[in-house]
Design a protein around this ligand. Sequence first.
Ligand code: RRO
Length: 303
Amino acid sequence: MPDLRVDLSGIHMRNPTMLASGVLGSSAPMLMRVFDEGAGAVVSKSVGLKPRAGYPNPTIVETDCGFVNAMGLPNPGAEKFAEEVRMAKRAGVELIASVFGFTTEEYVRTSAVMEEAGADAVELNLSCPHVVGTGTEIGSQPDLVTEVVRQVKDATSVPIFAKIGASYPRVRELGSAIEKGGADGITAINTVKAAVIDINTRKPILANVFGGLSGPAIRPLATRCVYELYDGVSIPIIGVGGIVEWKDAVEFILAGATAVQIGTGIAKRGLSIFREITEGIERYLIENGFESIEDLRGLAHGG
Ligand code: RRO
């Protein structure tokens, strides 16, 4: 049997699938359920230092090519969410806490609370495409990205991943900025800034007007980012964006991903998607004579 285990900068995963941040990640029971269903690790919904209500409804709209969401970072604040992290950790869940901030200090303090609560790693959200003052507004400034990563690294001892979007044109430059800050990995990509108009009301559907597009429409864009990063950085890359089938996951691994995250795909396939994708990867490895996932990683590169 091929080896499906993945060592993601010290995070020991039984398989390369992870729950993407923002989907089913707001409570310990949901995180536990997803882990029970076979995910190798789970990433919680982004939390900040203070509670936030998020945007008014409608916050999500389905289109024929994916979902567009503008939740607006609803979260109970780090101290309160720490209770969920503790509960999930007591149940043995491999848990990465997603963290956002409006300042470097907020990223640092929130990450420290997550580490203290027992999170195995922190994923810095440097890429929410539609909240003013955080996300892409920070993630499109490479020097600031280095600074945020460096300061979080200095203040914590768990692995730190940085999640980027596709809007910054020089993805390798951004990857280098993250690596320079000392990050343990890069997650690529977040949703892509989008809008949907109701032709009857002749107005935008989302209360926030703009939201983030997820689903198969962004998969080739995400694969391109992973491919570019793999050529430019030496830290692990986590691929995310539109994975629905096991073949999609294999594509990301061939582009250079060490692990893959799944979010929107759950809406199409249910929670069995984690097992189905893991089994599909396993079959592919057997049928093609590979002994481990590692043997597959990055094979789309070079001659
Ligand atoms: O909460 C959101 O609206 C949200 C976030 Br933080 C993010 O990173 N990406 C996204 O599509 N939505």
